[in-house]
Structure formats: structure tokens, C-alpha cells
Design a protein around this ligand. Structure first.
Ligand code: AQP
Length: 330
């Protein structure tokens, strides 16, 4: 690997990625490829913190891998792999569980949110998943982790665990920083624009644009999106639907909010929605074309996953073996 900073990120195969995943994560990942050594993983071990249907999970993992390539991630520039194929994640996670406190995990607001949806039987994995996340990041001596604000608390925990471990055993882990830079657009639901668009939410399919949706369907979903009644294309907190569409349009076209407001000042919602639909469709069309080619080529996909696994496994084992030796394991 060249002497550049290591950036590490991933996505859960908990559904088909959405326009939100694309504008909020994928697009940035592409930009990172020339500046950093990038490691992108498929977080299948995280996905099982909530129940997954096995056949669907398997399909989602393959499709997500193919999508990583279809959006333009390059196997020569980035290490791309499936988390569960590298055993070091589970091993380090167990070890770091023994260096993390109940109190620390209990304070994680995401656990409080997610566990509420689980009724009386809350999987322990949901509680300890920040430790798995720490292991993911620390195994690769990561410098930078690009995550949303909602993950800040977890990254701080990763740093605390790493510092605690290093204080006991020497400089084993690089202390990672949260990547602070241009943040991708946060895309909200098309039917409920006060809540973010999520790939695992399947109750109202019109709320979400999946990257593998039929292109006509994508266009229709945007045209049918919920807005308000004043017909003025203006970016404002009290117009969440239009604000969301403006953000999407801006993220794709790179035009500023001001420019967009001027461009559509007299056009009304109908024309604006058509314009948003068109840029979305044209952005997604080539991705789908590449995806369809890649997903058909089973041998290539398998070989690519194997290559990713080998590279990631080598790197991860170096850190894991150091850790095991330091704590007294043979
Ligand atoms: N609506 C969104 N707008 C912008 N960015 C988004 N991301 C997710 N939704 C939006 C970003 O995509 C990456 C995916 O992270 P993840 O798969 O670990 O899970 P998540 O953040 O919980 O995303 P989802 O799609 O909502 O998944 P589910 O439904 O399984 O919970 C992250 O970088 C995230 O910021």
C-alpha cells in the first residue's frame, strides 16, 4: 500500500442501498480513492444484530459487493471485502469486549433507540456492536473514519478503547479520527421527509429510492413525493419535502441551493420534480448498467471477493497477532 492515510468505511447488507446511501456515503468513497488508502467492507456481521432472512442476506451481500464496483470503486485502488470472511473481526471483538465497560455501552444513544424496537428480547449483539465496530476500525490501523454525526459517540468510544489498550500494552493501535470534511447529503424519505431514507425500511416502498429500482419507478416515486401546497421552490425547514428534493438535486448537479432556487423560481413543483427525477435517473442509469454486467459474472465476483478477503485478512491478522501476543495469548 502506498504511504497515504488509511480511510475505512462500510455499509450493512441490510437491504438494497438507497439514494441516501449513494449520496451520503458512496459518492464520498469514490472521491477518497485517489487521496487515501481505502478499505471498504460489507458489514454483514453488523447486519445480523437485527434478524435477517438467510437467503436474502446472501443475495444482499453479493449485490452490495457488485454495487460497490458498479459505482466505480476500483479493486486496484481500494480493498473491498466481506467482514465475516475475515475471522479477525470476531476475535478482536471478543478481546476488546473485555476492555470495554458496561457503563460505556449503556450510554450509546443508538443502542437506546434500536433496542426500543426489539421488545423484551434485545439481542446482546445490539448492545456490544460498538465493540465490533471498534475492532473493524482498529484492525486496519485506520487513520480516518468517515461517518455521520449519529456515529460520533461510537467513534469516541473506539478511541477510548484504543487509548486504554495502548496505555496498558504499548502502541498497538493507531488512534483513529472521525473524517471531517465535505459531508454527503442527508436524504430524507420521499413520503415522510422528516425521517431519513433507509434501506431496511420496506413498509412504504414509495418512501425510498433503491438504487436497483426500475428507472421509471424512480422517476414516478420522485414525482409522487410529498411536498407542501405553496408551490414555491425554496429551501426551508418548514418545507421538508421540497428541502429534501433541493438537497438531492444539489448533491447530484453540484449546483448551490441559491442557484437552484433561482433556476426554479417560477417553475412550480411539477417542473422541479421532473428535473429532479431526470437527474436521478441519469445518475443511476450507468450504475445499473454496470451492476447488471457484474452480477452476471459469478466467477469475477467470487474472485474479487477472494482477493479482497486475502488482502484484508493479511492486514487484520498483523494487528490481531500483536494484540494476542501482548495480552499473553500463545
Ligand atoms: N438517508 C441517508 N442520507 C445520507 N446518508 C445515508 N446513509 C444511510 N442513510 C442515509 C449513509 O450510508 C451509510 C450506510 O450505513 P449502514 O449501512 O451501516 O447503515 P445506516 O446508516 O443505518 O443506513 P440505512 O440505509 O438506514 O440502513 P439500515 O436501514 O439497515 O439502518 C452510512 O455512511 C450512512 O451515513
Amino acid at each position: 500500500m502506498e504511504n497515504k492515510k488509511i480511510i475505512f468505511s462500510g455499509m450493512q447488507p441490510s437491504g438494497i442501498p438507497t439514494l441516501g446511501n449513494y449520496l451520503g456515503a458512496f459518492k464520498n468513497w469514490l472521491d477518497f480513492q485517489d487521496k487515501y488508502n481505502c478499505i471498504y467492507f460489507i458489514a454483514d456481521m453488523h447486519a445480523i444484530t437485527v434478524r435477517q432472512e438467510p437467503a436474502k442476506l446472501r443475495k444482499n451481500i453479493k449485490e452490495l459487493f457488485a454495487l460497490y464496483l458498479a459505482i466505480g470503486l476500483d479493486l486496484d485502488k481500494s480493498i473491498i471485502y466481506v467482514q465475516s470472511s475475515v475471522p479477525a473481526h470476531a476475535e478482536l471483538s471478543w478481546i476488546l469486549n473485555c476492555y470495554t465497560y458496561m457503563g460505556e455501552l449503556s450510554r450509546m444513544t443508538q443502542f437506546k433507540d434500536k433496542s426500543q424496537k426489539q421488545g423484551n428480547n434485545i439481542p446482546t449483539g445490539l448492545f456490544t456492536y460498538p465493540v465490533l465496530q471498534a475492532s473493524d476500525i482498529l484492525l486496519y490501523q485506520t487513520d480516518l473514519v468517515p461517518v455521520g454525526e449519529d456515529q460520533r459517540q461510537h467513534i469516541e468510544l473506539v478511541r477510548d478503547i484504543a487509548i486504554r489498550f495502548n496505555n496498558l500494552y504499548g502502541d498497538i493501535f493507531k488512534i483513529p479520527d472521525m473524517y471531517i470534511g465535505k459531508v454527503g447529503a442527508k436524504v430524507m424519505g420521499l413520503q415522510n421527509p422528516t425521517k431519513k431514507m433507509s434501506k431496511s425500511e420496506t413498509d412504504n416502498k414509495n418512501n425510498t429510492i433503491y438504487l436497483l429500482d426500475d428507472l421509471n419507478l424512480i422517476s414516478n416515486k420522485i414525482k409522487r413525493s410529498v411536498t407542501d401546497s405553496d408551490n414555491e421552490v425554496r429551501y426551508s425547514e418548514d418545507k421538508p419535502g421540497i428541502k429534501n428534493l433541493i438537497s438531492i438535486y444539489s448533491a447530484i448537479t453540484k449546483k448551490s441551493i441559491d442557484e437552484i432556487e433561482k433556476e426554479f423560481m417560477y417553475s412550480g413543483y411539477g417542473n422541479f420534480k421532473s428535473a429532479v427525477a431526470e437527474v436521478c435517473v441519469e445518475e443511476i442509469r450507468p450504475i445499473q448498467q454496470r451492476f447488471n454486467e457484474i452480477i452476471k459474472d459469478k466467477a469475477f465476483l467470487e474472485q474479487s471477493m477472494k482477493e479482497g478477503y486475502e488482502k484484508a485478512n493479511n492486514m487484520a491478522n498483523k494487528t490481531l497477532f500483536k494484540v494476542k501476543r501482548k495480552i499473553g495469548m500463545i
